[in-house]
Design a protein around this ligand. Sequence first.
Ligand code: SSA
Length: 424
Amino acid sequence: MLDLKFIRENPEAVKRAIEVKGVNLDLDELLRIDRELVALKQQVEAMQTERNANAKLVPKASPDERPRLIQKGKELAEEIKAREPELRAHEDALKQLLLRVPNIPHPSVPVGKDDSENVELRREGQLPEFPFQPLDHVELLERQGWADPERVARVSGSRSYLLKGDAVMLEMAVLMFALDFLRGRGLTPLSTTALVRPETFVGSGHFPGGEDQVYKIEGDELMLAGTAEVPVNSLYAGEQLSSDQLPMAYAAISAAFRSEAGSAGRDVRGLIRVHEFRKVEQYVMTRADEAEALRWFEAILENAEAILRALELPYRVVQNCTGDMGAGKVLMYDIETWVPSEGLYRETHSCSYLGDWQARRTGLRYRDEHGKLVYAHTLNNTGIAAPRILVPLLENHQRADGTIRVPQALRPYLGGREVLGVPV
Ligand SMILES: Nc1ncnc2c1ncn2[C@@H]1O[C@H](COS(=O)(=O)NC(=O)[C@@H](N)CO)[C@@H](O)[C@H]1O
């Protein structure tokens, strides 16, 4: 959410953000409702002033004057009360529209309509050369008896997954490695629930708009979050933090649930796009200082890149264009990791800076050095998401005999083993 004062003073900048982000919002309607609400409030205030002035006259009035003044007071009270519903309706309509106003993209963000117009910034790591016909991750899992897609589909339908044996140890190893690594980079580990109240999705910016991505629970207000960003972003909602409590930087592991509504037919095979997965999420809350926040953006981006380098996975960094960054972002880079079987880089991390847009929706404020209450700035990036990361991990590190070479960084989490699986 943007500051209403900013919107009033910069309608053109906000209209441009609406346009380049492809947001469905009529800013003129918002500004009209805002003006009507200001006028309504002024009318009600004028009536209250008149009513207060009138009430002061009653005790001093003569006996034959008093009934008329009391009657006038009653009429004014009625008129004020009659304005209430219209005032409330305008306030609600304005609030709903304000929640849809997108953030202003950083000047460096390329204008584009979808991910095809994202801009590649750099590539890292040598693409693998296989002196044999490489297998895709589904075949690798099947050959080692590390998966059972038919049975789990009977239990859980499509976009489910089940891992067996050393594939499980590998999944846990990458999650543990990411937590350890991020702790080593100064982030505080968290282990959070995915069960959250609806307002936390408003705070993060997933609502309004992303309702169909979220699993709801019959008869319960709680819903299942698709990322730890949602609960962690609301941990301090409504509090008045002190400046020295910031920056806060967390590495939050949680389950993540996504309906993937709208992804029908995409990535239906294997581990790329499933309904429930686990993620270690980097979440940062900083003071309202863009330069400091952008340093944190670089830091959490570098953390993710360092994790991929440690996993010895080739990747590239792309800058998301305006049409592929979502309403709340100021700046967004995706990290895409090489998937040999597709001959493509596939998104495995998403790094975002949101300014105070989330904080204003969530009520995340701190007292600055002048004692003024200021909205914080928030950022997030994936640390690691499993099982998606297993796709490039298995495929890039497969050996001719179908076994998997364990990157050096993961060996301490796998009992020192250098290879997983048996020759098949
Ligand atoms: N349906 C899914 N199945 C498996 N992994 C997924 C799925 N959806 C997202 N992910 C993984 O989670 C990562 C982050 O998801 S995201 O929506 O892009 N971004 C976020 O959730 C942010 N909070 C940063 O993590 C993705 O890059 C991907 O690696």
